[in-house]
Design a protein around this ligand. Sequence first.
Ligand code: DBV
Length: 257
Amino acid sequence: MKPLRLSSLDPVRMPEWRWAPFLSHAINALIPLKPEPYPVAPEFLQREGKTGSKSQPIKVTTCTWACRTKKFRQVRAACVEAGSSASVLNFVINPYHTFDLPFFGADLVTLPSGHLLALDLQPAITSDERHTKQVWERLMPIFEQWRVRLPEGGPIPEEAKPYFSPGFIWTRLHLGSEGNQLIDEVIMPAFRDYLNLYLDLVEMAEEVSPQRAFKLLEGQKRYLSYRAKKDPARAMLARFHGHQWTESYIHNVLFDL
Ligand code: DBV
């Protein structure tokens, strides 16, 4: 039996979960910011389910790790472990709208067809230099350094483009040793670099005026309602845990502003 998780800060322990080192790294990097629990209803802290066939069922576990800090409204990790069917870490940092900060977003997805990997510092308002310039200037050299070592992930929907930075890392890798090596040698250090840069921007960030904060809040709401509406995990989560649970999880936990 897995120990029940009672707080959003309780450790996520799922044997075989592909993305454990990434979540550990992020949690450790957040320690200096003094994380406090984020309210998450018990049915979303840990949920068991089943997939596969009647004769060969596969156990599914979905856990949510989350916190808040002085400058972060919500940091949350959706962690899915379903054996050979899926292993996912979807990790988003939501800053308070009183700071001119982007989101930190990572989507690390392992499916039977391969790994699908996304990493970005996503703007709340793309068409606003004051919001993007300082971030992109520092992000682009890091992006250039890692993306040359990764295959292109292929087209993304046109309507999604306003929500990405030009430093969006997006790749698909094969399962097996070749993919694993790229995850260790490229995706992990890129994740560390993006998070380091992000935490540096956060440390420097100072509160903005109420007018500016209002504009940022509108941008954040637009971004999160887009993510909730188009969540690519919706079908998978509904298969694992049912429609009702999934809709509530998407709207009340994952994208809850
Ligand atoms: N994606 C989420 C959440 C997930 C999740 C909350 C709880 O936003 C997983 C889990 N993403 C997930 C899964 C798939 C994708 C795909 C399971 C595969 C869906 C499937 O093939 O059935 C990046 N993720 C994708 C895709 C993109 C992203 C572009 C492909 C979509 C498609 O082909 O239709 N997600 C997107 C993104 C961020 C992100 C840019 C932020 C960095 O989190």
